[in-house]
Design a protein around this ligand. Structure first.
Ligand SMILES: [Zn+2]
Length: 385
């Protein structure tokens, strides 16, 4: 008999028991995993189906009625409906928590999402709404790149924030992802980028890369006994009260004091899904809010990036005014004058330049993008005027 079993550590795991009653499974429900991002409210579901090879499992996820009823529909971030709008495009399965394939045997009926899978030879299958990046995947990254690991600091829960440093040049390229727990596209991109830049045959020129694949370690391990705090770390970069922001700030200040130039800073997220919009973009300043030469330098870089990568449509810039420092984007730009950007990835599609259209999101496409992005950074002429 097939059944849904146990919670397992993953990047999206949270408040599982509260939502188990929203999941049905045929033949039988044992336990289930439903997750929701605390800071951004995107709802995702993940479970493990166990049975015999060839057995068919039918899972029904009831979308949270409470949130649907109480939602403020005037808010553009009315995420429950907008994410549900694409939920049938983002169901992934895998047997090892590392490799995920999108499946199409998914359909919606009212506020229910139906998922049908056939159990493979292994007799079990992980099923996920939202492409995951699991704790197991992160542990694999930590093992693989152990020689490059550096200490940046600890989270509120006392966990080390895994950081990796490549190269010895005096210009810093700082890349981080996953401040928000369900926003894991950047984890895949950065894991693949590290694979590329760790190759001794690759010339890292005068750069030092510092890569943090998951800033939000506490939430990554939320099903363990770490304190839960509903803080949006990406609104804490002005005062830096959270250990995570303070640790990263102290590390950057240390590098700056040692004479490093903080050249590029990137913070990877997954954007707000809206029906008819990928949710992906690059954050940039509106004209007039920063010195003109700095703005023009940023524009050259951002447009070059958008036209060189299979990331997003060339016009996908989200224009920002100049409010006080809250997010990492403002922090990096205002404190270091860096080419500091937020990359929002779409949760359900990814741009294909050759086709001039989107492909469905896949782990493979994100990994390809990681290497493409590394090559772009190493070939872009930052001195160009
Ligand atoms: Zn985010």
């Amino acid at each position: 008999m097939a059944f849904i079993t146990g919670k397992f550590p993953g990047s999206c795991v949270d408040n599982i028991e509260n939502y188990a009653d929203r999941i049905e499974c045929t033949p039988k429900v044992n336990a289930a995993v439903l997750s929701r991002g605390l800071t951004n409210g995107h709802h995702e579901f993940r479970c493990l189906a166990v049975g015999t090879a060839g057995e068919e499992v039918h899972i029904v996820v009831h979308w949270p009625e409470y949130d649907v009823d109480s939602a403020d529909r005037s808010n553009e971030y009315w995420f429950v409906e907008s994410f549900y709008g694409v939920a049938d495009q983002v169901v992934f399965t895998g047997t090892d928590e590392l490799h995920w394939q999108r499946i199409e045997t998914v359909w919606k009926d009212g506020w229910d999402l139906h998922i049908k899978v056939t159990l493979p030879e292994e007799g079990h299958l992980y099923v996920s709404v939202n492409l995951p990046f699991t704790v197991k995947a992160l542990q694999q990254v930590c093992d693989r790149f152990a020689p490059w690991r550096v200490t940046v600091g600890k989270t509120a829960g006392g966990m080390d924030i895994p950081a990796f440093r490549f190269g010895t040049g005096k210009k810093v390229i700082w890349l981080q992802a996953n401040q928000h727990v369900t926003e894991v596209c950047g984890c895949h991109v950065l894991a693949s980028l590290m694979e590329y830049i760790s190759d001794p045959a690759v010339d890292l020129k005068d750069y030092t890369f510092v890569v943090i694949p998951s800033v939000s370690m506490d939430k990554m391990f939320m099903d363990q006994e770490y304190p839960e705090y509903p803080v949006n770390i990406n609104r804490d970069w002005g005062t830096r009260k959270q250990p995570e922001t303070k640790a990263i700030h102290d590390y950057l200040q240390g590098m700056a004091a040692e004479g490093y130039e903080i050249l590029v800073m990137v913070d990877m997220h997954c954007g707000w899904c809206r029906v008819g919009d990928s949710g992906g973009n690059i954050t940039e300043y509106n004209h007039g809010f920063i010195p003109n030469d700095y703005w023009e330098r940023r524009m050259r870089y951002t447009h070059a990036l958008l036209s060189a990568l299979d990331y997003e449509k060339p016009d996908k810039i989200w224009w920002c005014d100049f409010p006080p420092v809250q997010t990492f984007f403002q922090y990096g730009s205002q404190l270091y004058g860096a080419l500091c950007s937020t990359y929002e990835f779409s949760r359900f599609q990814i741009w294909n330049r050759e086709k001039g259209d989107y492909d469905p999101l896949s782990q493979e496409a994100l990994e390809k993008l990681g290497k493409q992005y590394a090559k772009f950074l190493l070939s872009y002429d930052f001195e160009e005027v």
